[in-house]
Design a protein around this ligand. Structure first.
Ligand SMILES: [Zn+2]
Length: 424
């Protein structure tokens, strides 16, 4: 590969505001005036199904298949190389702590993961770190901020534990003060009405709901032994989804059980943030999978969370059940997106786990990681595809991933984000 720099332009990071994604808005590409102008010759570009040999141009961080009149400052010969859209991590929480943050950011970018969906964040902790994100040379993040849960529900237990360990560095004095920042308790319609304006005041990109063991909602709701292991009243989910959709916000739902999945699908949420039954080993219903397809719901895999159970005697059965549930979802055509929910992962580990299950073809895995995960992270952006007018963000590989996908993240020889060359 030869990179010929005829004129090196000053690359200015352009910060763009991360406003609430509107539900059914037309897709837009984020332009980058600081982009290189590039001519990319003879590469094999992924068109969503196969690799097609073509010449491609980049101007203002946007892809074009038509030769522009203006001269290019950078010409790259991609002869024999394969070009794919960047990877995305559709479920994580690991970008809101300053501790060793640069290592985690580098781990994403080095592995070609440019987009991260943060399924709950404390805005007060994120704000001082936002200079790292949503710029042409960095990671792009979308955020829900505080998730909606029931009294005593997940993630209040985690927030309480972090508070007691001093992880919040004096931001909050007690767990009550974390409400609205780290969680909202919604136990009835009045709570929903009274707290909704405050939810919107944090400008979330989407709304996150927590359903856990909703089939036992009545049994668990008053019982403090289930602190942190319960969630919303399932009867409220319809109303919350309607309210979010009226505010043009997509809804993502944490689910634990097959019944949580059923409730979420029936309510017409936009995304299921986990494969259900990772830790319990029950089958999901085929009818629910069919309905998820019909309602165009995306499911984020997080299947590698099962590794937390490796020492349990039923581990093999849990993996067997995960495989079976994934096969149901695949057979019914549900859109699956790769996301790990692993603090020490960046979606590469989740990809490897799924690859090892031998359920999905290389083409399916590529679409789950590059297309579906990016779509559910930024549904209104022209990313995830190498199309005319889309953002010029892509990875260049030495080998054809449709033939061999093992070690794909280690075989990236060039990374371009919005027309900028990313350096290691
Ligand atoms: Zn999570």
């Amino acid at each position: 590969m030869k990179i010929c720099r005829m004129l090196l332009m000053v690359v200015l990071p352009l910060a763009f505001s991360c406003q609430s994604q509107k539900l059914y808005k037309e897709k837009t590409a984020v332009k980058n005036p600081g982009s290189l102008t590039m001519q990319l010759n003879n590469g094999y570009w992924f068109d969503g199904q196969v690799f097609v040999k073509r010449d491609v141009w980049v101007d203002q961080g946007i892809l074009s298949f038509k030769k522009p009149v203006a001269s290019m400052d950078t010409v790259i010969n991609l002869s024999g190389k394969y070009i794919i859209p960047p990877f995305a991590e559709a479920h994580n929480h690991n970008l809101e702590s300053a501790y060793q943050l640069q290592q985690r950011i580098n781990s994403y970018l080095d592995n070609g993961v440019f987009y991260v969906k943060l399924l709950s964040t404390i805005k007060k902790r994120m704000d001082p770190l936002m200079h790292h994100y949503n710029k042409p040379t960095g990671l792009d993040v979308s955020m829900a901020h505080a998730p909606l849960t029931g009294t005593g529900g997940h993630p209040i237990g985690i927030r309480k534990g972090y508070l007691e360990k001093g992880y919040f560095g004096g931001l909050f004095n007690n767990i009550k003060e974390i409400e609205s920042h780290g969680y909202y308790t919604i136990d009835n319609i009045d709570d929903l009405q009274n707290k909704w304006d405050q939810v919107l005041s944090f400008s979330p990109d989407f709304i996150k709901l927590n359903l856990l063991y909703s089939e036992e909602y009545d049994k668990r709701k008053e019982d403090s032994t289930y602190f942190g292991r319960k969630g919303l009243n399932p009867e409220l989910v319809d109303d919350i989804v309607k309210k979010a959709h009226d505010s043009k916000l997509r809804v993502s739902v944490h689910v634990s059980t097959a019944h949580d999945f059923h409730v979420a699908v029936e309510a017409g949420v936009d995304e299921i943030a986990h494969l259900p039954e990772i830790h319990n080993g029950e089958p999901i219903s085929v009818a629910d999978a069919k309905l998820a397809k019909k309602k165009d719901i995306t499911l984020v895999t997080t299947a590698s969370l099962v590794l937390k159970n490796e020492k349990r005697p039923n581990y093999a059965a849990l993996v067997e059940n995960i495989s079976s549930n994934l096969q149901i979802l695949k057979r019914e055509g549900v859109r699956l997106a790769i996301g790990s929910d692993g603090y020490f992962d960046n979606s590469v580990g989740e990809f490897r786990f799924l690859h090892g299950l031998n359920i999905f073809s290389n083409l399916e895995l590529l679409k789950m990681w590059c297309e579906n995960a990016a779509f559910t992270t930024f549904p209104n952006r022209k990313i995830a595809f190498l199309k005319e007018g889309y953002e010029a963000s892509f990875l260049v590989l030495n080998k054809n991933p449709l033939e061999d996908m093992s070690g794909i993240n280690e075989g990236i020889i060039l990374k371009v984000k919005q027309g900028n060359l990313l350096r290691p």
